[in-house]
Design a protein around this ligand. Structure first.
Ligand SMILES: O=C(O)CCC(=O)C(=O)O
Length: 288
């Protein structure tokens, strides 16, 4: 990585509290766009409504409990270290999770569309729940490069993002309960070179208060740190991607959202494209 391009710090945009979310935020769309392209991650403060996020905790816990049932456990995955301690689960689009202000937030979605093209689709909505005692994850990226060959993958720094995650914590994130550590700029390295990044340096730990979120490119190195607190740490990971991309390595058969025909009809027309692959008819084609 060129040193002038890489500060090791996650770039940050602070939105005014209570800003009119129906109007596009020009700073986010210009400075935020450039900063994300350069760093492969971007912290956005005050993007979401705090009370709406607070209200998601109870339905999330209900979904978590339901999912721990023997019959539905397949809808979740243990993220390796410490069974049950850090678990990813598919979020059912019901109750507060149905709300477009969560999955197509009027402030953040225009930036996502700018980064991924107007036809960005919703790849998955999951939650990662880290329970007290969850150990740190290994530094990793979320998907192999589009082309495995090193000769091609070394041009990764020239490619714009094809898939990114919106990381949306449902509690304040501190060093105690474990931020998602990320290595800004690492998305520009070929996959074969990313494995040589020093895990002990060049990272950023986004500490957030409720309402803040961050975006992270699928290629950017990151790791969830240990939860040393005595409380759960629920975080939504919402994936958006270019319409031609299929996630071949993150259990997309399980995690691709499901939307009933009735709920699909209620989605505003301008957002229908983002989720039509999740309807009963098209989902079968999408996940095959
Ligand atoms: O728990 C976290 O903060 C990160 C989870 C994660 O990196 C993943 O699911 O790939």
């Amino acid at each position: 990585m060129e040193t002038d391009e890489y500060s090791g710090r996650i770039p940050e945009i602070r939105l005014p509290i209570g800003a009119d979310a129906s109007a596009p935020n020009t700073q986010l769309l210009s400075t935020g766009f450039d900063a994300f392209q350069k760093n492969g991650c971007l912290l956005i403060r005050n993007a979401f409504d705090k009370s709406e996020l607070q209200q998601l905790r109870t339905p999330l816990l209900e979904q978590y409990r339901e999912m721990m049932d023997q019959k539905t456990r397949g809808q979740s995955r243990d993220l390796r270290e410490g069974y049950y301690k850090r678990r990813m689960l598919r979020i059912k689009l019901e109750k507060g999770f149905k709300s477009r202000s969560i999955w197509a937030n009027k402030t953040v979605f225009p930036l996502i569309n700018r980064l991924l093209g107007e036809q960005a689709i919703l790849g998955k909505i999951t939650a990662v729940v880290a329970w007290p005692g969850a150990p740190s994850q290994q530094m990793h990226f979320d998907h192999p490069d589009l082309f495995a060959s090193y000769e091609i993958s070394k041009f990764a720094h020239k490619l714009p993002t094809h898939c990114l995650q919106l990381v949306l914590p449902l509690v304040d994130i501190t060093m105690d309960n474990g931020p998602t550590r990320c290595w800004p700029g690492s998305h520009k390295l070929a996959q074969g070179d990313r494995v040589n990044v020093d895990p002990q340096s060049g990272y950023s730990d986004p500490l957030t208060t409720l309402g803040d979120c961050f975006l992270i490119d699928f290629r950017t190195l990151h790791s969830g740190l240990c939860n040393n607190s005595n409380r759960w740490r629920p975080v939504l990971f919402i994936t958006y991607q270019r319409p031609w991309f299929r996630d071949a390595s993150n259990y997309y058969r399980i995690f691709t959202p499901k939307i009933s025909d009735q709920d699909f009809l209620n989605i505003p027309d301008e957002l229908k494209f983002s989720v039509e692959h999740a309807t009963p008819q098209l989902r079968r084609l999408f996940v095959q």
